[in-house]
Design a protein around this ligand. Structure first.
Ligand code: GLN
Length: 235
């Protein structure tokens, strides 16, 4: 990979890739390429080491046991911490959010330490949240849409702000959704989230590139967004 290529780290897709979340990497890569940048998705698997030189890191959702395995692996990665401390954006979905937080209760009933890159802790909710999720974001103009499927109830501490306020669905469980600390973002939105929410994708890319980006005109994305926003009213 040349120095000018934007490296998109897809962390542990073999265990953190439920509900198509690995598609977030493809979305970011394409959005860069359509704008004339060189970009490459770099999958980081359990048998390798996380490179500290990538420009952005993605974690998807995962089954309960897979999540514990992923957390054990990533907790030991000095490289990921180093990259995040240097300002590389990190975006985690569902299990990814929970791993980026301070701790989460595993299926084994044990509280597992997270990476502490987000100030959010997750215990088990009484009921599983399975629904369309619509969020009024704090950092962006347009509503965020996705679907959720998790048992986590997540409580933020003062070190993170919410990604937004829940309009429909459960999110963190207290009316807020997700967590943001600097360039680290966690959310319960599957979709993949960055396919459904181009503004969020471009926010992450603007942090990588150091400047804001003109929106891309993509009619398929507009159609998908209006369909999903209509779904919040009908179901
Ligand atoms: N296993 C976690 C939970 O149920 C995360 C699920 C997911 O990533 N979809 O809360």
């Amino acid at each position: 990979m040349s120095d000018s290529t934007v490296g998109i780290g897809l962390l542990l897709p073999e265990v953190l890739g439920t509900y198509g979340d690995s598609g977030n990497a493809q979305v970011l890569c394409k959005r860069l390429q359509w704008r004339g940048y060189d970009a490459e998705v770099v999958p980081v698997t359990l048998d390798s080491t996380v490179p500290s030189t990538l420009d952005l890191y993605l974690l998807g959702g995962g089954e309960d046991m897979a999540q514990v395995l992923a957390a054990d692996f990533l907790r030991n990665s000095k490289e990921l911490r180093r990259a995040a401390a240097a300002g590389a954006p990190v975006f985690g979905v569902c299990a990814g959010l929970q791993i980026l937080g301070t701790w989460f209760r595993g299926i084994d009933g044990v509280d597992h330490p997270g990476l502490g890159l987000l100030d959010i802790a997750t215990s088990a909710a009484e009921e599983r949240a399975v629904a369309e999720l619509v969020v009024e974001p704090e950092l962006l103009g347009a509503p965020l849409t996705g679907f959720e499927n998790h048992q986590g109830a997540s409580v933020r501490g003062p070190g993170s702000t919410p990604l937004g306020r829940v309009v429909r669905g459960t999110g963190n469980g207290d009316g807020t959704e997700g967590a943001v600390t600097g360039h680290v973002v966690g959310t319960y939105l599957h979709g993949p989230a960055l396919a459904r929410n181009p503004e969020l994708a471009d926010l992450l890319l603007s942090w990588v590139l150091g400047h804001s980006l003109k929106p891309l005109e993509l009619s398929e994305v507009d159609t998908l967004r209006s369909e999903r926003l209509a779904a919040r009213r009908t179901r």
